[in-house]
Design a protein around this ligand. Structure first.
Ligand code: OGA
Ligand code: MN
Length: 281
């Protein structure tokens, strides 16, 4: 097994590993170390079944089914499906605009995801890449003054979606979800390094008004995704990309023909508790 860096900022391709074959503990530990070092791992040419995708993901920890989208197959609650494929009744998929704002998975829950493994089953002819940003770098490159200012701040994370594409049931479900306040600066539980933890769905800091929060959020979100902190992944069929949600953000690009099929399936690894339920003042 070998690792080849994908960009200066983050990411490495794992060469010489077939996730369907038995993987010894020592090889698996090497993968885990690489995951902590590179934050994003790419496994190419993984001709796996859904069961094998799930089984490999489980080695990293307990899976989370809390983000189940309405397009998910009830037989596989561990899989979140992100697809442009219309529903059996011909209606558009509700997950077709998933991930179009910079975010970290399950940031709106009290146990944000540790990792995610996204598998590409079908891709459009061109476009539909996913971008990843290194949030250690985003934090480390702030001034000492800004770091101090952020230390006590919490961003308010909601589940609401920007796109008005959801069924009435889904919209009602999302409306019932309480916002969660997450520290703007999080300590990665395994590396001990500080990371910036925000995203484009955060519209406000706890205790500040949206108007007061907006200029700072706008600066931080722009700063965090500077090209030099980003890896852009161009998908191939049979790719699995695994990312560390505790120190990266990601974005699904919508630069493709939405009449073509882009079909992705994701497992989500449960993280450690973070944040608190937010009561608006
Ligand atoms: C996700 C997600 C990005 C993509 O599955 O968590 O944000 O490119 N998807 O589909
Ligand atoms: Mn996501």
């Amino acid at each position: 097994m070998e690792f080849r860096k994908l960009s200066h900022a983050l990411g490495a391709e794992v060469l010489g590993l077939d996730i369907c074959k038995p993987i010894s503990d020592s090889v698996f530990e090497e993968v885990q170390r690489a995951f902590l070092r590179y934050s994003v791992l790419l496994f190419r040419e993984q001709h796996v079944t859904r069961e094998q995708h799930i089984a490999f993901s489980r080695r990293f920890g307990e899976l989370d089914d809390n983000d189940r989208s309405p397009d998910t197959d009830p037989q596989y609650p561990e899989l979140t499906i992100v697809t442009t494929r219309p529903k059996p009744d011909g209606k558009p998929s509700e997950s077709r605009y998933t991930g179009r704002l910079w975010h970290s998975d399950l940031c709106h829950s009290l146990t944000p995801a540790m990792g995610s493994l996204l598998r590409c089953l079908e891709r459009p002819d061109v476009g539909g890449d996913t971008m990843f940003a290194n949030m250690y770098m985003a934090y480390d490159t702030l001034s000492d003054g800004m770091k101090k200012l952020l230390e006590g701040l919490h961003g308010i994370h909601t589940r609401s979606r920007k796109f008005d594409t959801l069924s009435a049931e889904r919209a009602a479900f999302l409306a019932r979800q309480r916002p969660v306040a997450q520290p703007a600066v999080r300590v990665h539980p395994e590396t001990g390094r500080k990371t910036l933890y925000l995203g484009e769905k955060v519209k406000q800091f706890a205790g500040l008004t949206p108007e007061e929060s907006a200029p700072l959020l706008s600066f931080l979100n722009k700063h965090a995704v500077k090209p030099e902190f980003v890896y852009r992944h161009q998908w191939r069929k049979h790719d699995i990309v695994m990312w560390d949600n505790r120190c990266t953000m990601h974005l699904a690009l919508g630069d493709f023909d939405m009449n073509q099929i882009r079909h992705m399936e994701r497992t989500t690894i449960k993280g450690t508790p973070s944040g608190y339920l937010y009561e608006a003042a």
